[in-house]
Design a protein around this ligand. Sequence first.
Ligand SMILES: [Fe+2]
Ligand SMILES: [Fe+2]
Length: 282
Amino acid sequence: MTDTKLSHTPDDVAIEARNINFNVEKALATDWHGGDPFRTAFYNALSIMFPVGEQHFIDSVKHYRDKISDPVLNAHVRGFTAQESIHRREHQKYNEALCASRGYSLEKLEAPIRKRIALAQKHMPPIVHLGATVAYEHWTAILADAVLRRPETFDGAKPEMARLWRWHAIEESEHKAVAFDVYRAVGGTVGLRRRLMLIVTVQFFLDGIRHMRLMLKDYKGSKVKLWLGGLKFLRSKESPLYGLGRPWRDFFRRDFHPWDHDNRAVVATVMRSLELQSAPAE
Ligand SMILES: [Fe+2]
Ligand SMILES: [Fe+2]
């Protein structure tokens, strides 16, 4: 590589892991999001994806580590890896506690994602893994921005749960361009990232729906009412999916960069309210 400035994360954004242990075991035994089984299952379904998915993101980015000449981007790759590793750890604890208390099978929930990644690792080149990571990171970035921007997304949620999700959202915002910048630096094309975004979006929704169906299968009341009420929630401002059409579509622009969505101010505000300080990982 000859270009020495490959990182396009703003200079005042630090990508450092905050090594925080969350105590969410008790909350997870309940419908922690306002006593609402659908909202609770929505976030729990997302959490199930993280330990396996984020390991795949780490591996996909680390594969290219030696090809990056820009020391800043290299440092950001280290920061990204450190942040995602702690996210994995906390969501693994989350998922184990959730499954133990609610009687879900973590193995069954994770199995299709594990299989899909193993299959892709066998048949797809590293750039496809990195491109898929870029697409997933865009999803996590726009969801993170939504929950940070609209505090009502966690109205009624148990405080420690809201804190965990906001911590994750802050760090997803900070490192949102790392996989993207690596992808560009190693020659990833616009066409491939666009195609992968379409595939990743379908996978993301199918995985989420599958997790929610498994989690809600023993719901005692009317399932029709539960899902209709859930759809109403998903279209409301209390849903992290609200208003994501435009930022999602921006990804398809040829000249798109994740920091075109500059949310430093909102991240700083939430960070202050959570009193999160950057602390080095163990
Ligand atoms: Fe993460
Ligand atoms: Fe991430």
